[in-house]
Each structure stands twice: as C-alpha cells, then as structure tokens.
Design a protein around this ligand. Structure first.
Ligand code: GLN
Length: 451
C-alpha cells in the first residue's frame, strides 16, 4: 500500500508508469501474506516490482511505448516475468520506456517523457532519466518500486541506472530468456534487473535467469547463487582498464571518477592493469548498423492487420502504409529506414555484412583481454543526466551516449553499472564493469567493492 500510495503521489510528475495495476498488486500481496502465513512463499514473496513495458504480461496491456500496438493485451506471460511471479513477486504496473527501446533519454515514448527524480543543485531543470529503461530507473530511484526489469540492447539498463544513481545488470546474452519480450534487435536484446543496490539486483537476476526451450538463444547452464558472490571480495582480482575508453572530449570529472574507481578496487586488494580493445572505435557505427538492420526486420510484423493500430485505406499496401505512418514515432521510422537501407541489395555487403565482421573483431578484443584480466572497469556514460531541453538536436549526437555500453553488447559479454558518486552539479554518475561470458558473479563482487 505504501508503494501504491507513492505512485499515486509522485508519478503524475515522473510519468514512469504507462499502466498501473494496483488491484492486481493488492491481490498479489494478499496471496503473498497467505503463503507466508503457511510458511511458504518464494524468494521474492510479496516484493513490489515494476515491469518495463516491453515484457508481455498476461492480461495486462503491453505497449512498447508505441501507438502501433494500440491497446494490445497479451494472452501470455514472458518467461522473465513468469519466473518473477513464480517466486512470489507482486507487479505494480508497466513502466515507461523509449518507443521499442530505441533511445538514450526516454524522450521517444508515445506516452510522454519520463522525468529523472534527481535535480541539479543549482537549477530546477527537468533532467532525463536515461534510456531506454528510463521508467524502470526513475521508478526505482524514486522508491516507487523495490526493483524493476529492464532490457539492454546497447546500454538501456546500464546508462539509465547511472543517470538515476541505481544499480543495473546486463547479463550475458542468453542468460535470460527473450521469450515474450518485444524484440528490438534479437541478437543483442537481453533482460536484466535494476534496483537500488547490487544485492537486490543479484536476488532479482537469480529469479529472472535460466534456460528456456522457447528461446533458441537461451543457454542451458546452471544459474549461480548471485547473492553469495557479494561476499567474495576482490583480493587478487585483475581489473583491466581499456585504454581506448579515454575518448576525446570526455569531461574531466568522468575521468576523475574512473580514477577513483581504480583506487577503490586497488585499496580492496585488486590489481589494476592497462589493456587494449583496439576495435572500440567501431563499436558505435557497427551497432547502429546491426541493431537497426534487425529492428527493421523485427518491426515488419506491425502492419495494422494482425493487431494494434489500423488505419483503413482502399488497398492492402495503403493500409500497411497508413497504419505504419500513424503508429510509429519519428525515431522508430528513422531506424526502420536506415535498417532497411543497410539490408537492401547493393548495400548489404558494404554495410550489414561488414558490420557483422567487425562485430566479430570487437568480440575477439574482449576474449583476448580476458586472457589477462578478470574484469574491465570503465565509466558507464560520457556524462551525467542532461536536461530535457539540452537534448541534442542531431540524432547521431544522441547515439554518442552509448559509446561505453555498446561494445559489451556487441560482444555479448555481461556488464553492470553501479552508482559511484555525484558530479559537480550533484547528479549521479555510474561506473561500468564488464566481465567474461557467464561470469556475472565476478562483476557483482567487483561492483560491490565500489557501491
Ligand atoms: N540507446 C541505445 C539505442 O538507442 C540502446 C538502446 C537499448 O539498449 N535498448 O539503441
């Protein structure tokens, strides 16, 4: 009830929820009480969570923050949310995001922008919460929910976590099932937890993760006890500092925070080692080819015929055109156009195929670095949260926000963001840890030494 009240009181301003489900939550809480009274109930019994509105939830409207889905109510539950429900979690509703998870500031939602609950010391400007899981980040940071699900294709868990002073984990690709999660770029999309600290993230991840035969890229490997990893410490751990992440124009305070992170880990017993990831500079350009190519294909299913927004027209082609023109927002259309272009005959080899090859080189960089170190430390984003009206007008400028998060996504390796301090204006900053395939535990141990 305290969380439901908090949502009613604060969310008119924050706009972190697209759909609120207080009645279902009250029912869930009653069931949790009954289970606890009988000495039963899972690990998350009665824990109030929010769900990014990209996960299909049985009987609850799911929008992907797009008009094209209309009032789509899924007749089935995503595997990740089903796992959380099985462990007793209670859902307070569906959280706002960038339309189809495309964005870094939560400004492209058809349901309006999300506001970051943080303010600068010296101004009242509305700050963005990051994106695309901006609703999840804002709801957790404001205490509306104890934890939330996010998805991360190129940084959408880590960057909003950093912008709102919370923790978030993008697990190894294949760790959490994609079944029932609305697709953006299928070879990159990965679900993960967002919460106030890594202990809460660890508990949530253990519930969300696991093999699922309904997702062909889900990996059949045991899910460890992530919470136990918090106690491991970092003595003797080798932490790599990728020299290519010292990008031009990085603000001095981000560089200083990074140095501070190295000092914290060294003081806790880790060894700091410089490493090289030579293909880092190709991360962003290849991501914005590969991801958009996949998106243009995934979004072809929204045609106004089977579900969602339909605008009638005298011909079938006309119906497709009118429905997609009315249903998709500007950023999604831009991406469909770019994605279709790079897949078209005559351009496929020059763009898509070449990007896929470079993607392999990026992955090999990480594998090589991990022969020498256990984990990598970098900033999560090149800046703290910016004001809504400072939003770059050039879309490419916005894409630069993802410079530190995209390479791990392209490689498929796990990464997390932990809150690490405030900038000079009093806004949170995060540090990123990147790990070996399926070694989220070392990330959690190292992150816990920082948080
Ligand atoms: N900001 C990146 C993009 O716009 C990443 C989005 C994501 O991870 N879903 O594509």
């Amino acid at each position: 009830n305290a969380h439901i009240d908090a949502i009613e009181r604060l969310d008119g301003q924050l706009n972190s929820f697209i759909t609120r489900t207080p009645d279902r939550a009250r029912e869930g809480a009653k069931a949790a009480d009954a289970a606890l009274a009988k000495g039963e109930g899972g690990n998350l019994c009665g824990i109030p969570l929010g769900i990014k509105d990209l996960f299909c939830t049985n009987g609850v409207r799911t929008t992907a923050a797009s008009k094209i889905l209309g009032n789509f109510v899924p007749p089935y539950e995503s595997t990740v949310t089903a796992n959380l429900l099985k462990d007793g979690a209670v859902f307070l509703g569906k959280l706002n995001l960038d339309e189809f998870a495309m964005g870094s500031a939560n400004l492209t939602s058809a349901f309006g922008p999300v506001e970051n609950p943080w303010k600068r010391k010296d101004s009242d400007a509305k700050l963005v919460p990051g994106g695309s899981s901006g609703g999840s980040a804002a709801a957790v940071a404001a205490g509306l929910v104890l934890g939330a699900t996010g998805t991360d294709t190129g940084g959408s868990i880590r960057q909003p976590a950093a912008f709102t002073g919370i923790a978030g984990i993008k697990p190894t690709y294949g760790r959490c099932s994609r079944f029932g999660t609305i697709a953006f770029a299928s070879s990159l999309d990965q679900a993960g937890p967002m919460a106030r600290n890594l202990q809460d993230c660890a508990i949530l991840l253990e519930s969300m993760a696991g093999f699922d035969p309904r997702d062909s890229t889900s990996v059949d490997t045991p899910v460890p006890n992530y919470e136990a990893a918090l106690k491991r410490g970092v003595k003797g751990l080798r932490v790599g500092i990728p020299k290519e992440y010292h990008v031009d124009g990085m603000p001095a305070e981000i560089e200083a925070l990074w140095q501070q992170g190295m000092t914290w880990l060294r003081d806790a017993g880790a060894e700091i080692v410089e490493v090289s990831l030579p293909h880092t500079k190709y991360g962003l350009p290849t991501y914005y080819i590969a991801a958009l190519a996949e998106a243009s294909s995934n979004l072809a299913r929204y045609d106004g015929v089977r579900f969602g927004e339909r605008v009638s027209a005298p011909s079938l082609d006309g119906l497709y055109e009118a429905s997609r023109a009315a249903g998709f927002g500007e950023e999604v259309k831009r991406r469909i156009l770019i994605g279709t272009h790079v897949l078209s005959s005559g351009y496929y080899d020059a763009y898509y195929l070449r990007a896929q090859k470079v993607r392999t080189l990026i992955q090999q960089d990480f594998l090589k670095a991990f022969e020498n170190v256990d984990v990598l430390l970098t900033p999560t984003a090149p800046s703290g949260a910016f004001a809504r009206d400072e939003k770059p007008t050039d879309p490419v400028q916005m894409y630069l926000n993802d410079v530190f998060t995209v390479p791990a996504s392209m490689a498929g390796v796990p990464a997390l963001s932990v809150p690490a301090g405030l900038d000079a204006r009093g806004v949170p900053l995060g540090l990123q840890l990147i790990g070996k395939f399926f070694d989220e535990e070392t990330l959690i141990a190292a992150g816990h030494a920082i948080e």
